[in-house]
Design a protein around this ligand. Structure first.
Ligand code: AHM
Ligand code: MG
Length: 325
């Protein structure tokens, strides 16, 4: 709970962080300004769901063949228009865009995002989120962004974060110097620092995995899930990565979306979901692996690439890895 006398807004916090780097150009801070604005737009629309016509299917499928919801499209458009107006991104890649969206060639940053994660929860009023990460382009400023700019390893992330539209709306982010969480105070319309310097417990009592797929999980994952039951741990899986991740980050726990028969590389996307969350969890003292390697070291080969995910409290992830290898 924040102290009323010392409210720090997201903008102040970002500005203070920028001041620690006298050579910083301020472009990254401007991207945060644009993310914050887009978040407020998405938050407004999410909070009206059920009252105005934003629920249900959009009537299209994305490049991965998944049904797209109306709010997926609305959130995608709101982030793209805010970042496009700000002019500080040369390209955006999005779970809802088939290809690279080229923006200002004179800008030096690329943004990757899942504009509305947990789509299956939209129509049932359960928590959903937005996930983003930011990379510095590798091609020269002033030219059209390239595949190489957009397909960088997670270790190259400059910043990553998520927004959870839950009982309140929170933005949690890292630039590689710890993880901080900000809650949207609706009465003043601003994000205020509510969760400074977030640290994940090394051990937890929660496991989050879609056990409906258990029969076709790899042997090591099955063994781990069995051990969780044996130890009477709590199973918590809402089907929104952001919500499952956020709970586990605060309380300690493990989140997995492993390979299964129907999804040999798991379901979650490296660029939009796994890398940003891996960066955050490592910064909070946790661990993130595909089962074979650190997620942030996976070499991306395509925009919508999927990878298996095992992420959470360090001891729990190590336990899974010991059983898998
Ligand atoms: P989405 O980006 O289309 O919403 O899909 C990602 C979501 C994650 O938030 C969640 O962890 C997972 O899909 C749930 O999938 P499943 O229903 O197969 O367990
Ligand atoms: Mg998603």
């Amino acid at each position: 709970m924040r102290n009323r006398n010392t409210v720090i807004t997201l903008s102040q916090f970002v500005a203070n962080e920028q001041a620690k780097h006298p050579d910083a150009s301020g472009n990254l801070s401007k991207i945060f300004r644009d993310i914050k604005f887009a978040t407020k737009l998405v938050n407004r629309d999410v909070r009206k769901a059920g009252l105005v016509d934003v629920l249900g299917e959009h009537g299209s499928t994305n490049i991965q063949g998944e049904e797209v919801k109306k709010l997926d499209v609305i959130a995608n458009d709101e982030f793209i228009s805010s970042l496009s107006a700000g002019g500080d991104c040369c390209a955006i890649i999005s779970e809802e865009e088939d290809y690279i969206r080229h923006l200002n060639p004179d800008a030096k940053y690329v943004l990757a995002m899942d504009p509305l994660d947990g789509s299956s929860n939209i129509d049932v009023n359960a928590p959903i989120g937005t996930i983003f990460s930011i990379y510095k382009r590798v091609s020269p400023v002033g030219t059209k962004a390239t595949d190489a700019d957009c397909l960088q390893k997670g270790v190259n992330q400059i910043a990553a974060g998520y927004i959870i539209y839950g009982s309140s709306t929170m933005l949690v982010y890292t630039t590689g110097a710890g993880v901080n969480g900000f809650t949207l105070d609706m009465s003043i319309g601003d994000f205020c620092l509510s969760h400074p310097n977030m640290h994940m417990p090394e051990e937890g009592k929660i496991y989050s995995v879609n056990e409906g797929n258990y029969k076709t999980f790899p042997e090591g994952i099955k063994q781990y899930v069995d051990a969780c039951k044996e130890a009477k741990m709590s199973a918590r899986y809402i089907g929104s990565m952001v919500a499952d991740f956020h709970r586990n980050l605060i309380k300690g726990g493990i989140f997995m979306y492993p390979a299964s028969a129907s999804a040999p590389n798991g379901k979650l996307r490296l660029m939009y979901e796994c890398n940003p969350m891996a960066f955050l969890i490592e910064q909070a003292g946790g661990k993130a692996s595909t089962g074979d390697q650190r997620i942030m070291e996976v070499e991306p080969t395509e925009l919508h690439q999927r990878v298996p995910v095992i992420m959470g409290s360090t001891n729990m992830v190590d336990d899974v890895l010991n059983r898998c290898n």
